[in-house]
Design a protein around this ligand. Sequence first.
Ligand code: MLT
Length: 242
Amino acid sequence: MPLSVDVVFTPKLLSSSRLSGKTVVVTDILRATTTITVALANGACSVTPVLTPADAFHFVDSTPIALIGGEREGIKVNGFDLGNSPREYTKSVVAGRPVVLTTTNGTRTLCACRTAHRVLVGCFLNLRSVVDCLKRVPGKIVIACSGREGSFCLEDTVFAGACADALKCTAGNLKSDFQVTDAAEAARILYHEYRRDLIGMLKMCYHGKHLTDVGLGGDLAFCAQTNVIDIVPRQIDGCIIA
Ligand code: MLT
């Protein structure tokens, strides 16, 4: 059983002391970590998160078989193979291919967490597997929410609360001395508020409305699926593998 769980609401609050020696789960429910999880479950060899479109094009110069994916303002970047909709990352498209991905918030958070002891990738689709994995982690856990351009976002926090809730329940059953920070407790309360209607929560939140406005509302129900994928992607030396 781990020692504690903390939640960091935005990447701006990530500091080396909050990451050092910790197991960090990075989440960006809409949509980067959902897309990464789906791509790897469908057979992509790896996903490399990068900060800018220029970095992504540079990566493909040295790895020509790579697919280049991502978004700005939710929309596929000119010249990319794929956008950031998890529905695009099907077996027939990604199996056997490395992917390089750049998104507004999610890949930025992944890059910012590189110094953590262990970096995992979570979303509702692999929630149970992430929690099962975290239950076996001996140290301190941080759930890092990607937020939206430096601000708090509801959907990542609800996911963080789901993880904190499952860990707290397990600790209670085992009567273990497990610490839940105030931030993790607040996330847990939000999870309890929305857990029965994740799709409704995604439709109502700021970024969900934006995706609907740009014609990508179909991604919301997809990203709200729970426990349909059993891999837990892990970032090692800047590259995410299943
Ligand atoms: C992000 O990283 O900000 C997102 O995943 C945005 C999106 O594609 O909807």
